[in-house]
Design a protein around this ligand. Sequence first.
Ligand code: AMP
Length: 150
Amino acid sequence: MVSAEKEKLELPLVSELMIPSEKVAHVQVGNPLEHALLVLVKSGYSAVPVLDPNYKFRGIISKTKILEETLGIEQFELNRLSEIQVSEIMEKNTPCLKKDDHMIDALHKLIDHPFVCVAADNGEFDGIVTRRTILKQFSKHYHETLKRAY
Ligand code: AMP
């Protein structure tokens, strides 16, 4: 087997790296922006997944997007926070992973995103993989490889 393929098999699967859905802060598609902002501010995250009532992954909502949406010509129009629903402004074209993808697949997607959602073929939300987790894994793998080499 080519060594790149062998390396890939030694690396963990997404299912072993992800933060499971029950530990992930999320909002619902039908929530008003004020609820989403509350979740984002209270959790300290800059973005969280958006799910539908059947726990299917629908997109991502961020503090930046909410602030952009409420900024009027000269000032913030805070009344818009209760008028607009998360589904109207969430980012829908985000990459996704599957539980049986390899860590390398996660690495490629995490280059441009701080976290990537994991969902089943039917859309059911399984969790997220973060850049932090992948960097920690690579650091571990790097040191183990160094130890084996010397
Ligand atoms: P980290 O790499 O741990 O800094 O996480 C990167 C991003 O992933 C955070 O800014 C959040 O947007 C998201 N994130 C991490 N952990 C969680 C969680 N438990 N619930 C929701 N979002 C999370």
